[in-house]
Design a protein around this ligand. Sequence first.
Ligand SMILES: Cc1ncc(COP(=O)(O)O)c(C=O)c1O
Length: 388
Amino acid sequence: MPRLATRLQGIAPTIFTQMSALAVRTRSVNLGQGFPDVDGPPEVIARAVEALEHGHNQYAPGPGVPALRQAVARHQRRHYGIELDPDGQVVVTTGCTEAIAAALLGLVDPGDEVVVLEPYYDSYVAMIQMAGGVRRSVTLRAPDFRLDLDELRAAVTPATRFVLLNSPHNPTGTVLTREELTGVAEVAVEHDLVVITDEVYEHLVFGVEHVPIATLPGMAERTLTLSSAGKSYSFTGWKVGWATGPPDLVAAVLAAKQWLTFTSGSPLQPAVAHALDELPDWPAALATDLHVRRDLLCNGLRGIDGIEVSVPDGTYFVTTDVGALGWDDGMAFCRALPDRAGVVAIPSQVFHDDQRGPGRHLVRWAFCKTPELISEGVARLQAADLTA
Ligand SMILES: Cc1ncc(COP(=O)(O)O)c(C=O)c1O
């Protein structure tokens, strides 16, 4: 087997695919994979159709369509007061996934250590490995999943070059506070680290503020910020993302990107520019709506004996501990769940290094679904025998 495939063999890439296929096969309510079941704004879709029909069908410039780069710069100014030059400080990517890949491939040298929050979005593991980097995990622990700054400091060694942050955080729903981020910033400045921050859920917060770490003192020049339109505008299938930050870091992303995709699909870019410029409040309205759906799911899960709910401050997801139901681990629980209850969820242990470690009894549920679907899922769970 080729060298890269061998290295990646240990990574389980298909839990979402497996679980979504299981949901279809068993006609289960899919509270597993994080995609909304209602699309984003129709006028944005109309813009994409218009672009398809009116000549936006050839290669976009490598860094992205200028209108979108300008709209991303305006978005960062409008929401956070961050000033960016759209020529040189913004690059459009094929979803945040490509931004993550290009950032790590473009910046990490073999042997460089990258401090990552565990549980982690699974592409981080694969991409750090592909870049030849070394992962140093700092675990957010149940039930409150806060960042332990002493653990973060202890994870830094002379080989550490990067902190890979994710806030709001998938899968725990933790939104790092200004104090926590200030602690991270102090460590970064002290050890001269670059922070790569994945902020795809930046607008999906419930009554707390999202603080981009790039806005903290001393951080603009050492932070590469990644995001996308997928979560903010409920277009997860569009895969339009971006990386922003100092010109040298953005240039590194662009350098790797040109050998990954060269340029990202052109017709969706003007539509996303329209969304960012003309519908700047749409994501906040989505968050208000998601807040209600979060409570619907959390209250329903709380009504089940043996399930401990950690209420999230952001994202699409709530994490529960199912240990008191008697299961050996969350994977066994999730595999049994479709037959027991007709519901699909994701075992959080797949987001941890040690499958028998701190994520062992944790299960992630998505509430980016219609209230009807969430209520149906909850009713099925409440009616089922969920004990091991
Ligand atoms: C933390 C995190 N980062 C990145 C992504 C991927 O974003 P995109 O769909 O824009 O590639 C996701 C999607 O689930 C995510 O949860």
